[in-house]
Design a protein around this ligand. Structure first.
Ligand code: GTP
Length: 392
């Protein structure tokens, strides 16, 4: 009996083992992840449910799962490097070669004529013609020729050095070597100095404003720029670029907006930021004299509610000669111009315009533009100018 029970127990154990083995063999292979219930999305009443990111919907409302969009690379924001411009002192000496290149024909022509052994009437006519052609102007030319005739007579025979000395003296007399050409840019206590830049469009007004800001910053001043040329949107952008390069704040207004309001805001900003100088670039459209007078007059009046206008700089293109001068005269009649910025002197052989423009407008040339480079604006130095003209 005991033997039977033992056999039955063995059979039961074997049967159980066999059943367990079958289960292990037949169960599905691999681990399956537990199904994930999608999160319940409750539509916001009145709003259409937007498809979740990465799910495209087609017309049949079937959905396709797309790979998540690649994250656009973050643009690298590199702050523009603020330049430290060079100081203004000695600029004309640095740019002397450029002046010599454009003006040497005039200087050399005059020196050759005056060095002739015999100075007859024809030679004096030629000297006169050379001066007139260089835009010196009729009256200054006559005054110079008369003086030179007298001095040459006294001298008799002349060495080249004497001829050069004579001519230099005469040119300096006509240009005015003692004239005060200081740019008034000293702040008044808490209030900044204000420079108003006026002139016909295309003369280099905006460029000169930008160059002047650089030069003042190079001399250690803090500057705010006012883009009151609201007539041409690009002018404000241009000024912004100049300002950004040297870290000068630029106050601008809407295109076609009121220039006086921009000028006012620029001066207010200058006072708030305690800057030394505010430079205001104006549009100065020359449609009618009355319109111009109204516009510039208002700009000036509005600025004067907050500060003093220390300089009204008239920008004049040296290459436009007498034609440019006539237009400049209109500006001089509507605002009290205190100084001239003569641009593009590197692009003309007619440097005599310095003499005629001062005479006709009654104000000194304070700045000269000698190229398109950012530091090609220099305080005008008559001595350096005449030396460049006559050569060493
Ligand atoms: N060669 C040379 N080019 C200059 C000088 N000054 C300005 N320019 C160039 O003259 C052109 C006109 O200058 P802008 O400053 O745009 O003239 P703008 O008078 O402000 O003109 P608007 O903004 O229309 O009023 C630019 O190409 C300047 O680079 C200079 O002294 N020499």
């Amino acid at each position: 009996m005991e033997g039977y029970l033992g056999i039955i127990a063995i059979i039961v154990v074997v049967a159980l083992l066999a059943a367990g083995g079958m289960f292990l063999l037949l169960r599905p292979r691999g681990k399956s992840a537990p199904p994930v219930e999608p999160p319940e999305v409750r539509p916001v009443p009145g709003e259409e449910q937007a498809p979740p990111a990465g799910v495209a919907q087609d017309d049949d409302a079937a959905t396709t799962t797309l790979p998540p969009p690649a994250k656009p690379a973050e643009p690298m924001v590199v702050p523009p490097a603020v330049e430290i411009p060079p100081p203004s002192a000695g600029r004309m000496v640095r740019l002397r070669a450029r002046l010599a290149r454009s003006q040497s024909t005039l200087g050399k022509g005059l020196l050759d004529l005056l060095s002739r052994d015999r100075l007859d009437d024809d030679t004096w006519d030629e000297i006169e013609e050379t001066l007139i052609t260089a835009d010196v102007g009729v009256a200054p030319t006559q005054a110079m020729v008369e003086e030179l005739r007298t001095k040459v007579k006294v001298l008799g025979s002349r060495t080249p050095a004497e001829v050069r000395g004579l001519l230099k003296e005469q040119l300096l007399t006509q240009i005015g070597s003692d004239t005060d050409r200081t740019l008034h840019v000293k702040p008044h206590g808490e209030r900044p100095a204000v420079v108003l830049v006026v002139g016909v469009n295309g003369t280099g007004k905006t460029t000169t404003t930008g160059k002047l800001a650089r030069s003042l910053i190079g001399d250690g001043n803090k500057v705010v720029l006012g883009a009151a040329d609201t007539f041409r949107a690009a002018a404000a952008d241009q000024l912004q670029t100049w300002g950004d390069r040297v870290g000068a704040e630029v106050v601008r207004g809407p295109e076609g907006g009121d220039p006086a309001s921009v000028a006012f805001d620029a001066v207010a900003k200058g006072i708030e930021d305690k800057v030394d100088v505010v430079i205001v670039d104006t549009a100065g459209r020359l449609h009618t004299k009355t319109g111009l007078m109204d516009e510039l007059g208002k700009v000036k009046r509005v600025i004067e509610k907050k500060a003093t206008v220390d300089e009204v700089l008239l920008v004049l293109d040296a290459t436009t000669g007498q034609n440019g001068m006539r237009q400049a005269q209109v500006f001089a009649e509507v605002v009290d111009v205190t100084g001239i910025a003569l641009t593009k002197l590197d692009g003309t052989a007619k440097g005599g315009i310095i003499i005629s423009v001062q005479r006709e407008l009654g104000v000194p040339v304070k700045l000269v533009g000698l190229g398109e480079g950012p530091d090609d604006l220099a305080p005008f130095d008559p001595e350096v100018f005449v030396d460049a003209l006559l050569g060493d």
